[in-house]
Design a binder for this molecule. Structure first.
Ligand SMILES: Cc1cc2nc3c(=O)[nH]c(=O)nc-3n(C[C@H](O)[C@H](O)[C@H](O)COP(=O)(O)OP(=O)(O)OC[C@H]3O[C@@H](n4cnc5c(N)ncnc54)[C@H](O)[C@@H]3O)c2cc1C
Length: 418
Protein backbone atom coordinates (compact mmCIF):
# COMPACT_ATOMS: atom_id res chain seq x y z
CA UNK A 1 0.00 0.00 0.00
CA UNK A 2 1.24 3.50 -0.62
CA UNK A 3 0.54 6.90 0.90
CA UNK A 4 -1.34 7.85 -2.22
CA UNK A 5 -2.73 4.41 -2.86
CA UNK A 6 -1.78 4.56 -6.50
CA UNK A 7 0.97 1.96 -6.83
CA UNK A 8 -1.21 0.59 -9.63
CA UNK A 9 -2.56 3.97 -10.79
CA UNK A 10 -2.12 5.49 -14.22
CA UNK A 11 0.64 8.09 -14.35
CA UNK A 12 0.84 10.52 -17.25
CA UNK A 13 4.04 12.55 -17.54
CA UNK A 14 4.08 15.65 -19.76
CA UNK A 15 7.59 16.28 -21.10
CA UNK A 16 10.14 13.62 -22.01
CA UNK A 17 13.29 15.42 -20.91
CA UNK A 18 15.72 14.65 -18.09
CA UNK A 19 13.00 14.93 -15.42
CA UNK A 20 10.22 13.04 -17.21
CA UNK A 21 12.40 10.15 -18.35
CA UNK A 22 14.03 9.76 -14.92
CA UNK A 23 10.62 9.76 -13.24
CA UNK A 24 9.27 7.06 -15.56
CA UNK A 25 12.40 4.97 -14.93
CA UNK A 26 12.38 5.45 -11.13
CA UNK A 27 8.66 4.71 -10.86
CA UNK A 28 9.00 1.48 -12.78
CA UNK A 29 12.20 0.33 -11.09
CA UNK A 30 10.67 1.29 -7.72
CA UNK A 31 7.77 -1.10 -8.29
CA UNK A 32 4.99 1.00 -9.83
CA UNK A 33 2.65 -1.49 -11.43
CA UNK A 34 0.19 0.74 -13.30
CA UNK A 35 0.49 2.35 -16.70
CA UNK A 36 3.15 5.02 -17.27
CA UNK A 37 2.56 7.27 -20.26
CA UNK A 38 5.37 9.67 -21.20
CA UNK A 39 4.27 12.36 -23.64
CA UNK A 40 6.86 14.64 -25.27
CA UNK A 41 6.49 17.10 -28.12
CA UNK A 42 10.03 16.51 -29.41
CA UNK A 43 10.01 13.84 -32.14
CA UNK A 44 13.52 12.58 -31.28
CA UNK A 45 14.31 9.71 -28.91
CA UNK A 46 14.63 11.58 -25.54
CA UNK A 47 18.15 12.96 -25.26
CA UNK A 48 20.54 14.84 -22.98
CA UNK A 49 20.71 18.56 -23.60
CA UNK A 50 24.12 19.45 -22.06
CA UNK A 51 26.21 18.01 -24.94
CA UNK A 52 24.26 20.12 -27.45
CA UNK A 53 26.28 23.23 -26.59
CA UNK A 54 29.54 21.34 -26.01
CA UNK A 55 30.69 18.06 -27.63
CA UNK A 56 27.90 18.16 -30.19
CA UNK A 57 29.14 21.46 -31.61
CA UNK A 58 32.87 21.19 -31.00
CA UNK A 59 33.56 17.50 -31.52
CA UNK A 60 33.67 15.25 -34.57
CA UNK A 61 30.46 14.56 -36.48
CA UNK A 62 28.16 12.97 -33.89
CA UNK A 63 27.07 9.78 -35.62
CA UNK A 64 24.92 8.94 -32.64
CA UNK A 65 23.26 11.54 -30.44
CA UNK A 66 23.22 11.51 -26.67
CA UNK A 67 20.05 9.58 -25.77
CA UNK A 68 18.89 9.52 -22.14
CA UNK A 69 18.03 5.81 -22.49
CA UNK A 70 18.42 3.28 -25.29
CA UNK A 71 15.71 2.90 -27.91
CA UNK A 72 14.31 -0.33 -26.44
CA UNK A 73 14.31 0.92 -22.81
CA UNK A 74 10.76 2.28 -22.89
CA UNK A 75 9.03 -0.78 -24.32
CA UNK A 76 11.19 -3.10 -22.20
CA UNK A 77 9.99 -1.32 -19.05
CA UNK A 78 6.36 -1.00 -20.04
CA UNK A 79 6.61 2.77 -20.49
CA UNK A 80 4.39 4.11 -23.25
CA UNK A 81 6.54 6.78 -24.91
CA UNK A 82 4.54 9.09 -27.13
CA UNK A 83 7.02 11.32 -28.89
CA UNK A 84 6.18 14.22 -31.14
CA UNK A 85 2.87 14.74 -29.28
CA UNK A 86 1.83 17.91 -27.48
CA UNK A 87 -0.45 18.16 -24.48
CA UNK A 88 -2.65 21.19 -25.20
CA UNK A 89 -4.87 21.26 -22.11
CA UNK A 90 -5.38 19.70 -18.74
CA UNK A 91 -8.95 18.83 -17.84
CA UNK A 92 -8.27 18.69 -14.10
CA UNK A 93 -11.93 17.95 -13.22
CA UNK A 94 -12.07 14.77 -15.28
CA UNK A 95 -8.36 13.97 -14.87
CA UNK A 96 -7.64 14.03 -18.59
CA UNK A 97 -4.65 15.37 -20.50
CA UNK A 98 -5.92 16.65 -23.86
CA UNK A 99 -3.57 16.33 -26.83
CA UNK A 100 -3.49 19.03 -29.50
CA UNK A 101 -5.30 16.69 -31.89
CA UNK A 102 -8.15 16.40 -29.37
CA UNK A 103 -7.34 12.94 -27.99
CA UNK A 104 -7.98 12.60 -24.25
CA UNK A 105 -5.53 10.66 -22.12
CA UNK A 106 -6.84 9.67 -18.69
CA UNK A 107 -4.69 9.85 -15.60
CA UNK A 108 -4.73 9.24 -11.87
CA UNK A 109 -1.55 11.29 -11.49
CA UNK A 110 -0.35 13.95 -13.90
CA UNK A 111 3.25 15.13 -13.69
CA UNK A 112 4.25 18.34 -15.44
CA UNK A 113 7.89 18.03 -16.50
CA UNK A 114 7.65 20.55 -19.32
CA UNK A 115 11.05 22.20 -18.83
CA UNK A 116 11.90 25.69 -20.01
CA UNK A 117 11.84 27.54 -23.32
CA UNK A 118 14.42 29.97 -24.64
CA UNK A 119 13.53 33.61 -24.29
CA UNK A 120 13.02 35.30 -27.62
CA UNK A 121 14.86 38.42 -28.67
CA UNK A 122 12.80 41.50 -29.24
CA UNK A 123 14.92 43.65 -31.56
CA UNK A 124 14.56 44.38 -35.29
CA UNK A 125 15.88 41.57 -37.49
CA UNK A 126 15.30 38.80 -34.93
CA UNK A 127 13.34 36.80 -37.50
CA UNK A 128 16.14 36.67 -40.09
CA UNK A 129 17.57 33.35 -41.20
CA UNK A 130 20.83 32.75 -39.34
CA UNK A 131 19.48 34.13 -36.05
CA UNK A 132 19.34 31.00 -33.95
CA UNK A 133 18.78 29.73 -30.45
CA UNK A 134 19.75 26.42 -28.92
CA UNK A 135 17.51 24.09 -26.94
CA UNK A 136 16.67 21.04 -29.04
CA UNK A 137 18.64 18.47 -31.00
CA UNK A 138 17.18 19.97 -34.18
CA UNK A 139 18.52 23.41 -33.11
CA UNK A 140 21.96 21.88 -32.47
CA UNK A 141 21.99 20.20 -35.89
CA UNK A 142 21.15 23.50 -37.58
CA UNK A 143 23.72 25.42 -35.56
CA UNK A 144 26.41 22.85 -36.23
CA UNK A 145 25.81 23.04 -39.98
CA UNK A 146 25.82 26.85 -39.96
CA UNK A 147 28.98 27.03 -37.83
CA UNK A 148 30.80 24.77 -40.27
CA UNK A 149 30.35 27.40 -42.98
CA UNK A 150 30.67 30.54 -40.82
CA UNK A 151 33.59 32.91 -40.52
CA UNK A 152 32.12 34.86 -37.64
CA UNK A 153 29.39 34.23 -35.07
CA UNK A 154 27.90 36.85 -32.78
CA UNK A 155 26.60 35.45 -29.50
CA UNK A 156 24.04 37.46 -27.55
CA UNK A 157 24.28 36.73 -23.83
CA UNK A 158 27.22 35.52 -21.74
CA UNK A 159 25.29 32.96 -19.72
CA UNK A 160 26.26 29.29 -19.68
CA UNK A 161 24.84 28.34 -23.06
CA UNK A 162 26.20 31.46 -24.81
CA UNK A 163 29.69 30.94 -23.40
CA UNK A 164 29.70 27.22 -24.15
CA UNK A 165 28.74 27.89 -27.74
CA UNK A 166 31.40 30.62 -27.94
CA UNK A 167 34.08 28.18 -26.71
CA UNK A 168 32.90 25.49 -29.16
CA UNK A 169 32.88 27.99 -32.03
CA UNK A 170 36.50 28.95 -31.25
CA UNK A 171 37.50 25.27 -31.25
CA UNK A 172 36.09 25.15 -34.79
CA UNK A 173 38.15 28.22 -35.70
CA UNK A 174 35.16 30.56 -36.04
CA UNK A 175 35.70 34.19 -35.05
CA UNK A 176 33.46 34.79 -32.04
CA UNK A 177 32.11 37.99 -30.49
CA UNK A 178 29.91 37.80 -27.38
CA UNK A 179 27.70 40.71 -26.27
CA UNK A 180 26.53 40.85 -22.68
CA UNK A 181 24.45 43.74 -21.39
CA UNK A 182 25.47 43.09 -17.76
CA UNK A 183 28.86 44.25 -16.53
CA UNK A 184 30.32 40.73 -16.33
CA UNK A 185 29.73 37.22 -17.72
CA UNK A 186 27.37 34.84 -15.87
CA UNK A 187 26.46 37.78 -13.61
CA UNK A 188 23.18 36.21 -12.51
CA UNK A 189 24.73 33.29 -10.71
CA UNK A 190 28.53 33.52 -10.58
CA UNK A 191 30.71 35.33 -8.05
CA UNK A 192 32.67 38.31 -9.39
CA UNK A 193 35.95 36.32 -8.96
CA UNK A 194 34.61 33.55 -11.17
CA UNK A 195 33.24 35.99 -13.76
CA UNK A 196 36.62 37.69 -13.97
CA UNK A 197 38.41 34.38 -14.50
CA UNK A 198 35.88 33.28 -17.13
CA UNK A 199 36.28 36.56 -19.01
CA UNK A 200 40.07 36.13 -19.05
CA UNK A 201 39.94 32.47 -20.06
CA UNK A 202 37.60 33.28 -22.95
CA UNK A 203 39.89 36.07 -24.10
CA UNK A 204 42.74 33.52 -24.13
CA UNK A 205 40.59 31.21 -26.27
CA UNK A 206 40.20 34.11 -28.71
CA UNK A 207 36.61 35.01 -27.80
CA UNK A 208 35.94 38.73 -27.94
CA UNK A 209 33.71 39.37 -24.95
CA UNK A 210 31.99 42.76 -24.81
CA UNK A 211 30.31 43.28 -21.45
CA UNK A 212 28.01 46.21 -20.72
CA UNK A 213 27.22 46.29 -24.43
CA UNK A 214 24.23 45.23 -26.46
CA UNK A 215 23.08 44.62 -29.98
CA UNK A 216 20.21 46.89 -30.96
CA UNK A 217 19.42 45.58 -34.43
CA UNK A 218 20.18 42.62 -36.66
CA UNK A 219 20.65 43.44 -40.31
CA UNK A 220 20.11 41.09 -43.23
CA UNK A 221 19.60 40.70 -46.94
CA UNK A 222 16.16 41.49 -48.33
CA UNK A 223 13.04 41.72 -46.17
CA UNK A 224 11.36 38.91 -44.25
CA UNK A 225 13.02 35.62 -45.09
CA UNK A 226 16.38 37.33 -45.63
CA UNK A 227 19.64 36.15 -44.11
CA UNK A 228 21.63 37.87 -41.38
CA UNK A 229 24.67 39.84 -42.56
CA UNK A 230 25.53 42.09 -39.61
CA UNK A 231 24.54 43.40 -36.20
CA UNK A 232 24.30 47.03 -35.05
CA UNK A 233 25.51 47.79 -31.56
CA UNK A 234 24.45 50.33 -28.94
CA UNK A 235 27.63 52.22 -29.82
CA UNK A 236 26.50 52.69 -33.40
CA UNK A 237 28.97 50.15 -34.80
CA UNK A 238 28.01 47.73 -37.58
CA UNK A 239 29.67 44.35 -37.20
CA UNK A 240 29.47 41.85 -40.05
CA UNK A 241 28.51 38.31 -39.12
CA UNK A 242 27.25 35.07 -40.71
CA UNK A 243 25.38 33.91 -37.67
CA UNK A 244 23.76 35.22 -34.49
CA UNK A 245 23.22 32.88 -31.54
CA UNK A 246 20.68 34.17 -29.06
CA UNK A 247 21.49 32.96 -25.54
CA UNK A 248 19.48 35.34 -23.40
CA UNK A 249 18.09 32.80 -20.96
CA UNK A 250 14.98 30.70 -20.63
CA UNK A 251 11.52 30.95 -19.12
CA UNK A 252 9.56 28.11 -17.51
CA UNK A 253 7.13 26.24 -19.77
CA UNK A 254 4.17 26.84 -17.48
CA UNK A 255 1.32 27.69 -19.90
CA UNK A 256 -0.51 24.38 -19.32
CA UNK A 257 -0.44 24.99 -15.57
CA UNK A 258 -1.60 28.60 -15.98
CA UNK A 259 -4.51 27.56 -18.15
CA UNK A 260 -5.47 24.87 -15.63
CA UNK A 261 -5.59 27.53 -12.92
CA UNK A 262 -2.56 26.24 -10.99
CA UNK A 263 -0.40 28.72 -9.07
CA UNK A 264 2.56 30.02 -11.06
CA UNK A 265 5.38 32.07 -9.57
CA UNK A 266 8.52 32.04 -11.72
CA UNK A 267 7.49 28.51 -12.72
CA UNK A 268 4.80 26.15 -11.52
CA UNK A 269 4.55 26.62 -7.77
CA UNK A 270 5.06 23.37 -5.87
CA UNK A 271 5.54 22.46 -2.21
CA UNK A 272 8.40 20.38 -0.78
CA UNK A 273 6.65 17.23 -2.02
CA UNK A 274 6.16 18.51 -5.60
CA UNK A 275 2.41 19.07 -5.20
CA UNK A 276 0.93 21.85 -7.33
CA UNK A 277 -2.33 22.08 -5.42
CA UNK A 278 -4.27 20.65 -8.41
CA UNK A 279 -5.86 17.23 -7.76
CA UNK A 280 -3.26 14.55 -8.54
CA UNK A 281 -1.06 17.10 -10.35
CA UNK A 282 2.66 17.38 -9.62
CA UNK A 283 5.53 19.30 -11.22
CA UNK A 284 9.31 18.79 -11.37
CA UNK A 285 12.43 20.05 -13.14
CA UNK A 286 13.08 23.31 -14.98
CA UNK A 287 9.37 24.24 -15.04
CA UNK A 288 8.85 24.16 -11.27
CA UNK A 289 9.59 26.62 -8.48
CA UNK A 290 10.13 24.94 -5.13
CA UNK A 291 10.86 25.98 -1.54
CA UNK A 292 14.60 25.60 -0.94
CA UNK A 293 15.26 24.51 2.65
CA UNK A 294 18.87 25.80 2.52
CA UNK A 295 18.11 29.43 1.65
CA UNK A 296 14.51 29.61 2.79
CA UNK A 297 13.70 31.09 -0.62
CA UNK A 298 11.70 29.79 -3.55
CA UNK A 299 14.00 28.60 -6.36
CA UNK A 300 13.61 27.47 -9.94
CA UNK A 301 16.75 25.80 -11.24
CA UNK A 302 17.75 24.79 -14.73
CA UNK A 303 20.08 21.86 -14.25
CA UNK A 304 20.20 18.15 -14.95
CA UNK A 305 20.93 17.36 -11.30
CA UNK A 306 17.84 19.29 -10.18
CA UNK A 307 15.63 17.59 -12.79
CA UNK A 308 16.92 14.07 -12.04
CA UNK A 309 17.00 14.39 -8.25
CA UNK A 310 13.49 15.85 -8.13
CA UNK A 311 12.27 13.01 -10.38
CA UNK A 312 13.84 10.35 -8.16
CA UNK A 313 12.38 11.89 -5.00
CA UNK A 314 8.92 12.28 -6.56
CA UNK A 315 8.95 8.61 -7.57
CA UNK A 316 9.64 7.67 -3.95
CA UNK A 317 6.81 9.91 -2.76
CA UNK A 318 4.37 8.49 -5.32
CA UNK A 319 5.38 5.00 -4.26
CA UNK A 320 4.60 5.80 -0.65
CA UNK A 321 7.82 7.04 1.02
CA UNK A 322 7.36 9.90 3.45
CA UNK A 323 10.20 12.11 2.17
CA UNK A 324 10.64 15.76 1.32
CA UNK A 325 12.93 17.33 -1.23
CA UNK A 326 16.11 18.70 0.34
CA UNK A 327 18.98 17.90 -2.07
CA UNK A 328 21.91 20.27 -2.43
CA UNK A 329 21.83 21.65 -5.98
CA UNK A 330 24.89 21.28 -8.17
CA UNK A 331 25.73 22.19 -11.73
CA UNK A 332 28.51 21.94 -14.27
CA UNK A 333 29.57 23.80 -17.41
CA UNK A 334 32.43 23.05 -19.79
CA UNK A 335 33.73 25.99 -21.80
CA UNK A 336 36.82 24.98 -23.73
CA UNK A 337 39.56 24.51 -21.11
CA UNK A 338 37.26 25.60 -18.25
CA UNK A 339 35.76 22.75 -16.25
CA UNK A 340 33.36 24.53 -13.94
CA UNK A 341 31.36 22.86 -11.17
CA UNK A 342 29.08 24.67 -8.75
CA UNK A 343 27.60 23.26 -5.55
CA UNK A 344 24.85 25.18 -3.75
CA UNK A 345 23.31 28.46 -4.85
CA UNK A 346 24.77 31.91 -4.22
CA UNK A 347 22.91 35.20 -4.32
CA UNK A 348 24.06 38.76 -4.88
CA UNK A 349 25.58 40.12 -1.70
CA UNK A 350 27.02 36.79 -0.49
CA UNK A 351 30.65 37.09 0.57
CA UNK A 352 33.02 35.31 -1.84
CA UNK A 353 36.45 34.01 -0.77
CA UNK A 354 38.83 32.38 -3.25
CA UNK A 355 40.64 29.17 -2.44
CA UNK A 356 43.76 28.77 -4.58
CA UNK A 357 44.97 31.21 -7.19
CA UNK A 358 42.70 31.90 -10.20
CA UNK A 359 45.87 32.68 -12.20
CA UNK A 360 46.77 28.96 -12.09
CA UNK A 361 43.48 28.00 -13.77
CA UNK A 362 42.59 25.72 -10.84
CA UNK A 363 40.75 27.29 -7.89
CA UNK A 364 37.50 27.44 -5.97
CA UNK A 365 35.39 30.29 -4.65
CA UNK A 366 33.55 29.77 -1.37
CA UNK A 367 30.46 31.91 -0.82
CA UNK A 368 29.18 32.74 2.65
CA UNK A 369 25.84 34.19 3.75
CA UNK A 370 25.75 35.40 7.34
CA UNK A 371 28.91 33.38 8.06
CA UNK A 372 27.39 30.19 6.66
CA UNK A 373 28.85 28.39 3.65
CA UNK A 374 26.19 28.45 0.90
CA UNK A 375 27.98 27.71 -2.37
CA UNK A 376 31.30 26.61 -3.82
CA UNK A 377 32.34 27.30 -7.40
CA UNK A 378 35.24 25.14 -8.56
CA UNK A 379 37.29 25.56 -11.71
CA UNK A 380 39.34 22.51 -12.67
CA UNK A 381 39.22 21.36 -9.02
CA UNK A 382 36.84 18.38 -8.90
CA UNK A 383 37.99 17.31 -5.42
CA UNK A 384 36.80 20.62 -3.94
CA UNK A 385 33.46 20.17 -5.69
CA UNK A 386 32.89 16.73 -4.19
CA UNK A 387 33.91 18.00 -0.74
CA UNK A 388 31.65 21.04 -1.15
CA UNK A 389 28.64 18.86 -1.86
CA UNK A 390 29.37 16.82 1.27
CA UNK A 391 29.91 19.97 3.36
CA UNK A 392 26.65 21.56 2.18
CA UNK A 393 24.62 18.37 2.60
CA UNK A 394 25.89 17.99 6.16
CA UNK A 395 25.48 21.74 6.78
CA UNK A 396 29.01 21.54 8.06
CA UNK A 397 30.19 24.47 10.12
CA UNK A 398 32.82 26.53 8.34
CA UNK A 399 33.44 30.19 9.04
CA UNK A 400 34.96 32.71 6.63
CA UNK A 401 37.90 33.30 9.04
CA UNK A 402 38.96 29.68 8.54
CA UNK A 403 39.67 30.29 4.83
CA UNK A 404 43.36 31.11 5.06
CA UNK A 405 46.24 30.32 2.67
CA UNK A 406 46.64 26.56 2.34
CA UNK A 407 43.12 25.75 3.63
CA UNK A 408 42.12 22.28 2.36
CA UNK A 409 38.35 21.84 1.96
CA UNK A 410 38.61 18.07 1.48
CA UNK A 411 40.68 17.61 4.65
CA UNK A 412 38.31 19.89 6.57
CA UNK A 413 35.27 17.86 5.51
CA UNK A 414 36.97 14.49 6.19
CA UNK A 415 38.24 15.71 9.55
CA UNK A 416 34.86 16.94 10.79
CA UNK A 417 32.64 14.19 12.16
CA UNK A 418 29.27 13.84 10.38
C1 LIG B 1 22.10 23.79 -24.74
C2 LIG B 1 21.89 23.44 -23.30
C3 LIG B 1 22.99 23.07 -22.51
C4 LIG B 1 22.82 22.74 -21.18
N1 LIG B 1 23.91 22.38 -20.43
C5 LIG B 1 23.75 22.00 -19.14
C6 LIG B 1 24.85 21.55 -18.34
O1 LIG B 1 26.01 21.57 -18.79
N2 LIG B 1 24.62 21.14 -17.08
C7 LIG B 1 23.36 21.13 -16.54
O2 LIG B 1 23.19 20.72 -15.38
N3 LIG B 1 22.30 21.55 -17.25
C8 LIG B 1 22.46 21.99 -18.54
N4 LIG B 1 21.37 22.41 -19.27
C9 LIG B 1 20.06 22.45 -18.61
C10 LIG B 1 19.42 21.07 -18.60
O3 LIG B 1 19.46 20.51 -19.87
C11 LIG B 1 17.98 21.20 -18.11
O4 LIG B 1 18.02 21.72 -16.80
C12 LIG B 1 17.27 19.85 -18.09
O5 LIG B 1 17.16 19.34 -19.38
C13 LIG B 1 15.89 20.01 -17.46
O6 LIG B 1 15.14 18.86 -17.62
P1 LIG B 1 13.55 18.93 -17.70
O7 LIG B 1 13.10 17.53 -17.93
O8 LIG B 1 13.03 19.69 -16.53
O9 LIG B 1 13.25 19.82 -18.97
P2 LIG B 1 13.58 19.56 -20.51
O10 LIG B 1 14.82 18.77 -20.67
O11 LIG B 1 13.50 20.89 -21.15
O12 LIG B 1 12.37 18.65 -21.01
C14 LIG B 1 11.04 19.12 -21.08
C15 LIG B 1 10.40 18.58 -22.32
O13 LIG B 1 8.99 18.80 -22.26
C16 LIG B 1 8.54 19.16 -23.54
N5 LIG B 1 7.23 19.82 -23.43
C17 LIG B 1 6.97 21.08 -22.96
N6 LIG B 1 5.64 21.33 -23.01
C18 LIG B 1 5.05 20.21 -23.51
C19 LIG B 1 3.71 19.87 -23.81
N7 LIG B 1 2.70 20.72 -23.57
N8 LIG B 1 3.45 18.65 -24.34
C20 LIG B 1 4.45 17.77 -24.57
N9 LIG B 1 5.76 18.04 -24.30
C21 LIG B 1 6.05 19.25 -23.78
C22 LIG B 1 9.65 20.07 -24.02
O14 LIG B 1 9.61 20.30 -25.40
C23 LIG B 1 10.87 19.26 -23.59
O15 LIG B 1 11.21 18.31 -24.56
C24 LIG B 1 21.53 22.77 -20.60
C25 LIG B 1 20.42 23.16 -21.38
C26 LIG B 1 20.59 23.49 -22.70
C27 LIG B 1 19.41 23.90 -23.53
Amino acid sequence: MTVHGHRGGRVVIVGAGAAGVQLADSLRSGGHEGAIVLIGDDPALPYQRPPLSKEYLAGPDPAVGFPLRGESFYADHGIELRRGETVAEIDAGRRHAVLDGGERVEYDHLVLATGARNRALDIPGSGLSGVMSLRTLADADRLRRRLAAAERVVVLGAGFVGLEVAAAARLRGVETVVFESAARPMARIASPVLSEYVARAHAEMGVELRCGRSVTEIVGTGGTGGTVTAVRTDQGETLETDLVLVGVGAAPADELARRAGLAVENGIRIDDRFRTGGPGIWAIGDCASFPDPYSGRRLRLESVQNASAQARTLARIMLGDDVRYDEVPWFWSNQGSIRLQIAGVRFDGDRALPLGDPATGSFSVLSFREDRLVAVESVNRPRDHVSARRALTRRLSLRPEEIVAGFDLGAHVSGTPA
